[in-house]
Write a new protein. Sequence first.
Length: 186
Amino acid sequence: MTARRQLSTHVQATAPLLQALAAAHRAVDQDAAIEAVFKAVDAALLGAIGYKLFTILLYDDAVTESIRVYSNRAGDYPLGGRKKIVSRRWADQVVRDGVPFIGNTAADLREVFSDHALISSLGCESVLNMPVRWGGKTVGSLNLLHDAYWYQGVDLSAVAVFAQLVAPALMTVPVPKDPAGLDIGA
């Protein structure tokens, strides 16, 4: 294969992802409200990569609990929901080290998530957890869940750019002591 053909193939494969990134960037540029930012990234990731469940989590400083600040399925995963981080391996990888986690099967999810039964009941068997980083620290994560092996081969560098679009808004989310009081403008 010639270099020109390889480049053409690469551009064709990455064009939808780049278009989704550009659309999310334009939306964030026009409306920096927390909810608008989250919805723009939601729509872009759905079109570019796909998911059945998409959430955005904010981490506390102790790295023992997360709070859900966005969900495309608020009935199943409501805003303000808090979740103990039970897997030290997962927390070390995603939260401490800022390295994405991909679980390809339901067995992978059972190893790291206490709510694996609910995840499975929604038809999700794989996950991509992309850390949202700011100043060398993980402040949250984008969490995409879908069919088994859905995220195998996904361009993680592109998903990291989506995470960076979310970072400024995520850091301004007012986190109440009472999860029922979460307000991101919805």
